[in-house]
Design a protein around this ligand. Sequence first.
Ligand code: F0G
Length: 351
Amino acid sequence: MRRWNGLIEEYKEWLPVSEATPELTLQEGNTPLIHLKNLSAEWGVNVYVKTEGSNPTGSFKDRGMVMAVAKAKEEGKTALICASTGNTSASAAAYGARAGMRTIVVIPEGKIALGKLAQAKMYGADIVEIEGNFDEALNMVREVGEGQIALVNSVNPYRLEGQKTIAFEVINQLDGQVPDYFALPVGNAGNISAAWKGFTEYQAKKGGERPTLLGVQADGAAPIVYDRVFEEPETVATAIRIGNPASWHLAKAALEESNGHIMSVTDEEILEAYKLLASRDGVFAEPASCATIAGLKKRIEAGEIEKGATVVGILTGNGLKDPETAIEVNKDEPILSKDEFTAFLKDLQEG
Ligand code: F0G
């Protein structure tokens, strides 16, 4: 098997890189595309999930971050800054460490998952907590990301360049087939815009179709669905707890061009999908990622996605990022004592 050389090297003909771009990689990209065998059989639709949680820091952000950090280094910047609901901060901190740059992350206090905070600390970021939400943190860093400090949120165009590679990978993994539907969670709306850019560039070069997009927001943080800013977004899926997405206009254009659909799902539906995905098909993704599954389930059950269609759902982050939610949703599940175990074993053995 050939060694994977990381995103910039593997996709350089698609990316704005040159000899002057420093080599940087943590071997991001090349994530699995897993067929959901059990749920597909139940739903009558061919569902694949792309487990972006297999990236080096456990989320899709690494695809964009490797590009943004390499270009910042190329431009002679010495520090990185971002606002984050958690995953961007983990990714920026890791690539910042690797590139020998200082990383400052601004996060909403008490609203980022434990694993993500642990990562930012371990990679040595300077962490600033604010009382406000992500949207306020982003406004703050947009003002200071200048001079020697590179702003690495998805308003940085190199982020979208890196993230567009997910489209190429999906088509390759489906042996050249473009999926009928491409579903993903929407927060700051960078990823849906990036994926669409990828499908569009691929089509321009190689022909064929583009998929129909399905964007999914949490009902308490659904500005694009309801077409209004959410001043106080709230959802259990803290990664997408965003009320005024920076790439709103790009996402809208992508949805229109693809004849796509943007919808919201409740926290209950997200948590149900979260458990379903792990317990039925053995895939553990963080709550925001499972908005994808909740949205797909709803559209399939409503007959909006036809039987036999090929669907790719993006699982944006690893389930281990947010152990607290995983424990919380299972708090009523018993853990057996030794005596209970003996009785339980006997029952099982006797069939
Ligand atoms: N899923 C996860 C796990 C995320 O962390 C994010 C965004 C999204 C989906 C939404 O992607 O913003 O491109 O629409 N997280 C950002 C962060 C905001 O700070 O980590 P988007």
